[in-house]
Design a protein around this ligand. Sequence first.
Ligand SMILES: Cc1cc2nc3c(=O)[nH]c(=O)nc-3n(C[C@H](O)[C@H](O)[C@H](O)COP(=O)(O)OP(=O)(O)OC[C@H]3O[C@@H](n4cnc5c(N)ncnc54)[C@H](O)[C@@H]3O)c2cc1C
Length: 393
Amino acid sequence: MHDVIVVGAGPAGSQTAASLAQRGYTVLVLEEHPQIGVPTNCSGLIGAEAFERFDLPRDSVIRGFNSATFFSPRGSCATVGADRVMAYVVRRCEFDQTMAQRAIACGASYLLRVRCVGLEQHNDHVTVTAVQRGPEGDEARMTFRARSVVVATGIRYGLLRALELKRPSAFLQAAQAEASMEGVDRVEVYLGRDVAPGSFAWAIPAGPVARVGVCNGAGAVEYLRRFLQHPSIASRLRQPVTQIKRKAIPIANICRSFRDRILLVGDAAGQVKVTTGGGISYGILCGDMAAATLDRAFRLGDLSERVLGEYERRWRQEIGVELRVGSFFRRVGGMLSDEQIDRLIRAYHDSDLPELVRRCADFERHRKFILALCRSNIFFQLVWNYFRRRSLS
Ligand SMILES: Cc1cc2nc3c(=O)[nH]c(=O)nc-3n(C[C@H](O)[C@H](O)[C@H](O)COP(=O)(O)OP(=O)(O)OC[C@H]3O[C@@H](n4cnc5c(N)ncnc54)[C@H](O)[C@@H]3O)c2cc1C
């Protein structure tokens, strides 16, 4: 009998495991893949604040950024910057592995190639059914028992059905490739209907390669193929891109992230920045809160929903408004026409926006900036004109 079984060895799972093992609980992490962090499909940008707050491992950091350049559909651009490093780009596979090593150093155990296929709640424990896949592809069924379980399975929602929980209600599709490119020396963000309707595309320098990707509502792979032919990308490619990876990103959180003896963290709970689709730092933050809530529940000797519900209250208190404002901004931003995006970017340096960025920009928390942006003259006018034209037509 383990105190806690964590299902999934991504950043959210490993942070929860480390935090619980550090407090002296017996923790077992089950990971379905033979290697932690593989396969990975992520740009690996994490806010500088998260590194400070959670003392995240820095060995996997490739470099830091204090600015990003935004490109309009008509070729204008504006570089938005701060006087400090806002985010770091990491080698994601190495980052996940170091997070796991940290949890192991705290006393957690990991079992790889073990896919959890069922959870069954009992009065005093949870039965975890799993399938272990051998190197030859042979499979063996296994059963574990734990006093509680943390589901950190990313976008795999199969375990939720038995818990009568619903998966997040909205997703983006993301497609990304690692490209050998020249001249990408800061984060580049591309906007516009042809590039990524209602969303954005990016190129991020990551050591010898650039991570080039698109996220939008549907057809991300097709949009990425087209984006790779965009003059400012195609002209800098040293070699043709051969491999494109696709993955979904939840942009709505689930209605309920707890059950008797069970908590959900990270992408599994839809704890993702709605504006950008980034989920690493929120997953780590919520993993920490899950561990603190379980610690309290163990001390009280009560792992029922009554006590575990505290977890949901805590994470919603910390990031709930961020998620709601992000969701609002995604809707409003998605309505802007190419012409409006172009005007906004062209006017950037002569407007009050640089000052606003200086005052309010935070890589992980966009609420303050979004609310200030909505009050700024230029953005207000754009949205106002949009609604006026719509009501006249
Ligand atoms: C193209 C792309 C770019 C992105 N870029 C960024 C970025 O720059 N910054 C950022 O913050 N976020 C980014 N994200 C999102 C980020 O990757 C996720 O939010 C993050 O990985 C979520 O962490 P997690 O621990 O919740 O889940 P995951 O990292 O997905 O980990 C879940 C783990 O659980 C395992 N698992 C699943 N089911 C089972 C099971 N039944 N049994 C055992 N193991 C299981 C999986 O194998 C996996 O290892 C990006 C996403 C995409 C698709």
